[in-house]
Design a protein around this ligand. Structure first.
Ligand SMILES: [Zn+2]
Length: 161
């Protein structure tokens, strides 16, 4: 679905509104100039109601434009999701016989962000994400580095207690 240019839509509505108000002002001036003031206040009321109507119309147009943009974004997200394949470790973007990636699972699942992974710089690390600092390890879980306990909370550090 083509996305309608929002600025054009709003500008057209504003121009039409200004034209209608200008016509009403012109008629009001003619009534004033004729010296026949009966009905003049009614005409000013119509002018005010028209301005109010135009304001509401602008708000609705703007809301409509925003909703169209949101639909467009959601359709783009959906189209992108349909092209993504998860291989158990990372995402790949597959279009026909073209395969792009890999992309970080953490970034995509959390933020819907396609963060390109970099090849790991050590034997154990297969991929790493520079956005969330996530690592994808090669092979079994035994390849993963054992987290180091901070030395200041080891029992031996509490000498004398
Ligand atoms: Zn990431």
């Amino acid at each position: 679905m083509p996305c309608v240019e929002p600025v054009t839509t709003v500008t057209t509505a504003i121009t039409a509104g200004h034209h209608a108000v200008a016509l009403l002002k012109g008629i009001t001036e003619k009534i004033k100039a004729s010296g026949r003031s009966e009905g003049l206040s009614d005409f000013i009321d119509v002018q005010m109601a028209m301005l109010d109507l135009i304001q509401k119309h602008h708000e609705q147009i703007w809301e409509n434009v925003q909703l169209r943009q949101r639909i467009h974004e959601l359709e783009s997200d959906k189209a992108r999701d349909q092209d993504l394949r998860f291989d158990g470790e990372v995402y790949w973007k597959v279009e026909g016989d073209k395969k792009d990636g890999p992309f970080c699972q953490t970034c995509y699942d959390r933020d819907r962000r396609l963060a390109r992974l970099h090849a790991g710089k050590s034997e154990a690390v297969k991929w790493n994400c520079t956005v969330c600092n996530n690592f994808v390890y090669r092979g079994s879980a035994s390849n993963r580095p054992v987290p180091q306990m901070p030395t200041d909370i080891l029992p031996g550090a509490w000498a004398g207690s």
